[in-house]
Design a protein around this ligand. Structure first.
Ligand SMILES: Cc1cc2nc3c(=O)[nH]c(=O)nc-3n(C[C@H](O)[C@H](O)[C@H](O)COP(=O)(O)O)c2cc1C
Length: 192
């Protein structure tokens, strides 16, 4: 059993990618704001290292409002082909502007335009309203590079608990929980 849950997570992610899981980096992000109503939705994991798990989104979206009320979240990954689940919990912080700028610049142009055009989760009068915004932005920027929209950035979930679940016969699944302890991790086994 590895002492490093991040290395272990990366290894699973690589295995999923190798098996052709598409997308292999999608996880359910759960948040709850002041109304205490938990909400889950999928996000794509764009970076992971010892500092934490990074995803990008609209920072005026419902999830972002919840994270500003209560900067804690959980991410849950499930790869059916591997029969593995990973659950992560911890505090959440915004990535630096530089990190967000760099990642935004690496995105396909269509995604950059939609990040500007979409006021994520706001009600639309019609699909045309969105497509008109896309057309206007496409014309406005033509061949110029798009800067990162101020309402678009990334969050880093800094884990304090990471649980690895592995399918086993007769529902005697293996569960290993890593709990942050000082600079390291305490590892415990959980009943299935
Ligand atoms: C596979 C998958 C990946 C997604 N990845 C992201 C993502 O990385 N960032 C994001 O903002 N929304 C992503 N979405 C859309 C979200 O699930 C959600 O609809 C959107 O972020 C609005 O959520 P909110 O209203 O709770 O803020 C993804 C959806 C799916 C199905």
């Amino acid at each position: 059993m590895s002492n490093d849950p991040i290395a272990r997570f990366k290894d699973l992610l690589a295995q999923a990618a190798q098996l052709g899981v598409e997308p292999h980096n999608a996880g359910a992000l759960a948040t709850a704001g002041n109304d205490r109503q938990p909400t889950a939705r999928m996000v794509l994991l764009k970076d992971v290292d010892a500092a934490g798990f990074v995803f990008y989104t609209n920072v005026q979206s419902p999830k972002a409002r919840q994270l500003s009320d209560n900067p804690r979240a959980s991410l849950c990954f499930w790869w059916a082909q591997l029969k593995r689940q990973v659950r992560i919990e911890g505090g959440v912080e915004l990535v630096s502007d530089r990190e967000a700028d760099e990642y935004f610049a690496s995105r396909p142009r269509g995604s950059q335009i939609s990040a500007w055009a979409s006021q994520q989760s706001r009600e639309l009068a019609s699909r045309e309203e969105l497509m008109t915004a896309v057309a206007l932005l496409t014309a406005k920027y033509q061949d110029r590079p798009l800067p990162r929209p101020p309402q678009w950035s990334g969050y880093r979930l800094v884990p304090d608990r990471i649980e690895f679940w592995k399918d086993q016969p007769d529902r005697l699944h293996e569960r290993e929980l890593y709990t942050r302890e000082g600079d390291g991790w305490r590892i415990t086994l959980l009943a299935p």
